[in-house]
Design a protein around this ligand. Structure first.
Ligand code: ATP
Length: 920
């Protein structure tokens, strides 16, 4: 019997067959109501059979869950628990039961240690960083497992982390979320602080794994601070407002910097910028290992950061800060001499001398208390992760191991903020090469030597001058000492480039790559360009094709648009033999990460060992996508695979003779006077209009001798992005019902030739496109303003056709979701319309950057719903961009002439949608 056909019968049958454990009234003894304790449970009881304590949760059939759907939901949630059965960091579902009214009850293992919420403060005072990390790893371990099974928790918060025999376990999902009290009970207890702000802003927002990561970030902060998030905020409304403002809880003194970075990334406003659960797990493991070796050297960087000597107005506080730093240094130098101890006022106290102060007083105290933790083993994550130091719930009896004063943020001067941002950054990131966006150089003026074929190709494309980013990058890559095909003694140096949208970043790498590779003799895969979408791969391929004219270079793509076998044959040929050094039919390969990884793993003879260039375009987007860990797979594939013993090499790698950078590392060449260490010739190039300067993310690329080039205007600490100077930006504040009319007004009354309109979803793009089509038919049947939607729901062929028709001017308006918000170069777009305004500044920058490209004029209109206006303005203001976006009002008289056709087209749309829903 199918599970979906009759879920009720399915449950009963499985209970009868014993597949699902079922407990009768008499199987459960000592029932006690536990109400607010545990995890939204109703009762605790003892299972007669085993004597173990369990929690009984009643599964509700409330109004939102009518009886009909109830069993479907029950089976669905039940199956989640079946999938995760026995994971050590997920609460165990033991079986079902029924109450006297025959309502189903779910039975779980009992949380004898309460919830994280009930213990986080105690944990803060009594735990070492090792045990905090161990606790975090336990939680992340459980969540990682859920995500691997594609289960989104949806309600992760510290009430839903429970302790069973000291082991942190995740609950609150699946059956536990069916308990009517589970969510509502904590509604007034600040759970909104854990909710992804996107879904606070838009209730229809579909929460996914990224939303769980946001909640995880808040939990990590809570573990580091012992405080509840948004503490002091009494109402749900104030928490929601705080979060929607983009505000986050302040780091707490004594938190390791890497840990702060980690939770800050988790609660990044842009879900695309949040790490995956796997990444969080990996980074926590690294942190744990660091603690193992550095043990008690707490990196109190916040102390340094917030009390720098820059701010003269706060000289007195600086003095205090310096004293603190002195004490930290004393503490670090004395650490080897003691096991337990607290530094107070520069004096070391023995644990016995320490009188635990009342909680409040202790947390308000400003002097630094640093402690040495006991040696504790780092938990093995394959085992149940246990909070190794069991906190006492009674604070008065707790021995404070790490009691840091409450972090009191103070207002920093601009200069101090700038200084602060640079602290902890490597010098090359903190001090980029700044290039003025207005800089340009004619091709005749440039000092860069270019081949005749490149000059001819520039001429054919009408390129007479180089744009700012090209004037900076070309010389870096094409200097006499960097333009060689290989160098085994000196690394050429990697480059990160941040430059505004439409500023010519693509040619900044296409031209040097073609120049350098065109000297090659044998065809090998020497340049790999990774891009996030197929559309972008096609676009970059066009650029390479244009510049490879007149050379022997071959360009290929890997995007999954043709069959795997076909791609294999185009990229490596059809040879069945495994060739030493692999094979390649292309010199330059442009790929999306997913397909690239498939070929690295499954295509014989496909090798990256000859790469001279690895380009990551739209780098901030790609670095945030794990795509099955594409980056580390690519980095591993840069070296040839180790060969097995049957090749007589006993685990040595076979290096190809034309990859000289590696050769010396395997053959035992007798030492000579030029026996210097050998290095790879691979140069990594990162490009984006909103490139991250997050050292943790950049570190994953393992860059060598990197340089950071930023094409930007006079950025201050508050101005975060440089947008094209030829872009004019407007916001139109209106009621949501008027938005389509405003779009029509822009299209019809403002002399638009072609426009790109962004919506928040595919569905919304579809409806708007239909509405505009209906309107055009009614309003101006003779000269229609042709519009089409462009979305991921269309086939690749349809998308390619639409783009072609748009580029040729046949279509005047494209209505799209964010699929083409990044990187797409549609040179005829003179207007961008934000029909639904973006919630993130980065998205805004990329969307509006589809116009005003390559020095052309462009206009961006953002249609802002009245209730969104405040948030939109705050987003702009936080990025220092508010004054660039002018307010535009549209008089009702301008809309009036369109009203009649508009009303009719709305009716036509309604009818169309109804027909689709009810085809009969
Ligand atoms: N030197 C040049 N002279 C004339 N046009 C140029 C020059 N360099 C680039 N272009 C054109 O400028 C347009 C924008 O370039 P490109 O797509 O590389 O921008 P981008 O900086 O990558 O933007 P985005 O960040 O949006 O991806 C393209 O049409 C490109 O052909």
């Amino acid at each position: 019997m199918s599970l979906t056909e009759n879920p009720k019968q399915w449950i009963e049958k499985n209970v009868q067959s014993g597949y699902l454990s079922y407990y009768n009234e008499e199987d459960l003894s000592h029932r006690t109501k536990i109400g607010a304790g545990g995890f939204g449970s109703d009762y605790k009881a003892v299972l007669r059979q085993s004597g173990s304590t369990v929690t009984i949760t009643s599964l509700s059939r409330n109004k939102e869950r009518p009886k009909k759907d109830f069993y479907k939901v029950l089976v669905k949630e039940l199956s989640k628990h079946q999938q995760v059965a026995n994971h050590p960091n997920i609460v165990q579902f033991l079986g079902l039961s029924k109450d006297s009214s025959s309502n189903y009850l779910a039975i779980f293992e009992y949380a004898d240690g309460g919830t994280l919420r009930s213990r986080s403060e105690a944990f803060y005072y009594t735990s070492t960083w090792e045990s905090k990390l161990s606790l975090c790893l336990g939680i992340v371990n459980g969540l990682k497992y859920l995500h691997e099974l594609d289960i989104v928790h949806n309600h992760l918060n510290s009430h839903n982390i429970i302790f069973c025999k000291g082991i942190p376990k995740i609950t609150g999902f699946g059956l536990a979320s069916m308990n009517a009290h589970t969510i509502s009970k904590y509604e007034n207890d600040g759970i909104q602080a854990y909710v992804d702000p996107l879904s606070l802003a838009d209730v229809s927002y579909q929460r996914g794994k990224e939303s769980d990561i946001f909640s995880l970030g808040v939990i990590l902060w809570e573990i580091s601070s012992g405080q509840r998030p948004c503490e002091g905020m009494t109402s749900a409304a104030s928490i929601i407002e705080f979060r929607l403002n983009g505000s986050r809880d302040e780091p707490v003194l004594g938190t390791p910097e890497d840990y702060i970075d980690l939770y800050s990334e988790c609660w990044d406003e842009d879900p695309d910028d949040r790490p995956s659960c796997e990444d969080v797990h990996e980074r926590l493991m690294v942190l744990s290992r660091e603690f193992e070796t550095e043990k008690d050297q707490f990196r109190c960087l916040l102390a340094d950061r917030n009390y720098g000597d820059e701010d003269k107005e706060n000289a007195q506080e600086d003095k205090v800060a310096n004293e603190r730093l002195l004490r930290i240094n004393q503490f670090v130098s004395k650490k080897s001499k003691r096991k337990h101890g607290v530094i107070e006022n520069g004096q070391e106290k023995s644990p016995i001398e320490q009188k635990p102060e009342p909680k409040k007083k202790r947390r308000e105290k400003k002097s630094l208390q640093a402690t040495v933790s006991e040696e504790e083993p780092i938990a093995d994550t394959s085992e149940p992760l246990q909070s190794s130091s069991e906190p006492s719930t009674s604070l008065s009896s707790a021995q404070p191991l790490q009691a840091f004063p409450k972090f009191v943020p103070r207002v920093l001067s601009q200069q101090a903020k700038l200084q602060l941002k640079k602290l902890g950054l490597p010098a090359w990131l903190a001090n980029p090469i700044i290039v003025d966006p207005s800089r340009s150089e004619t091709i005749d003026e440039t000092n860069v030597k270019l081949s005749q074929s490149t000059l001819d190709n520039c001429q054919a494309l009408g390129i007479t001058e180089f744009f700012a980013v090209q004037t900076a990058v070309l010389p870096l890559l094409l200097k006499d000492n960097t333009r060689a095909l290989y160098s085994s003694h000196r690394h050429f140096g990697d480059i990160c480039i941040s430059a505004p949208t439409g500023s010519g970043k693509t040619l900044a790498y296409v031209i040097p790559i073609v120049e350098i590779l065109s000297t090659r003799v044998v065809c090998r895969l020497r340049a790999l360009i990774v891009l996030p979408t197929r559309d972008l791969v096609a676009q970059v391929k066009e650029n390479f094709d244009a510049f490879c004219k007149g050379t022997d270079l071959k360009v290929g793509v890997m995007t999954g648009q043709t069959s795997f076998v076909n791609e294999q044959s185009q990229i490596v040929g059809n040879s069945k033999d495994v060739l030493v050094g692999g094979n390649s039919k292309v010199d330059i390969l442009i790929a999306t990460p997913g397909r690239l990884i498939d070929h690295i793993n499954s295509t014989p003879n496909f090798t990256l060992q000859h790469l001279r260039f690895l380009v990551v375009d739209e780098a901030d987007r790609l670095l945030n996508q794990s795509y099955h860990d594409w980056l580390s797979t690519v980095l591993k594939a840069l070296k040839p695979k180790k060969e097995a013993a049957e090749h007589g090499l006993n685990g040595y790698s076979i290096y190809d003779a034309v990859s000289p950078a590696w050769v010396s590392t395997v053959f035992h060449i007798p030492p000579t006077d030029i026996s210097v260490s050998k290095t790879s010739s691979l140069q990594k190039l990162l490009f984006s209009a909103t490139l991250t300067r997050n050292p943790a993310k950049i570190a994953s690329l393992q860059l060598q001798n990197p340089q950071y080039v930023a094409v930007q205007g006079a950025l201050t600490d508050d101005v975060r992005y440089t947008l094209p100077s030829t872009l004019k930006e407007y916001m139109i504040i209106t009621e949501s019902s008027q938005k389509p009319l405003i779009v029509l007004h822009i299209l019809h009354n403002l002399e638009i030739k072609s426009a790109l309109c962004f919506t928040k979803s595919v569905e919304s793009a579809h409806r708007l496109a239909l509405l505009i089509q209906f309107f055009e038919q009614m309003h101006r049947p003779e000269g229609k303003f042709t519009a089409s939607e462009y979305s991921s729901d269309l086939s690749q062929q349809e998308r390619t056709n639409i783009l072609k028709r748009f580029k040729e001017g046949e279509l005047k308006l494209l209505i799209a979701s964010d699929l083409i918000a990044r990187g797409m170069d549609l040179d005829n777009v003179d207007v961008v319309i934000n029909y639904d305004v973006p919630v993130y500044m980065k998205k805004y920058v990329h969307r509006v950057g589809r116009t005003a490209r390559a020095g052309r004029e462009g206009i961006a209109y953002s249609i802002v719903e009245t209730q969104e206006a405040r948030y939109f303005k705050e987003m702009l203001s936080r990025a220092g961009h508010l004054k660039e976006v002018r307010k535009l009002s549209i008089k009702p008289s301008k809309l009036e002439p369109m009203m009649s056709s508009y009303t009719k087209s709305l009716d036509a749309l309604k009818e169309h949608m109804t027909n689709i829903r009810n085809p009969h």
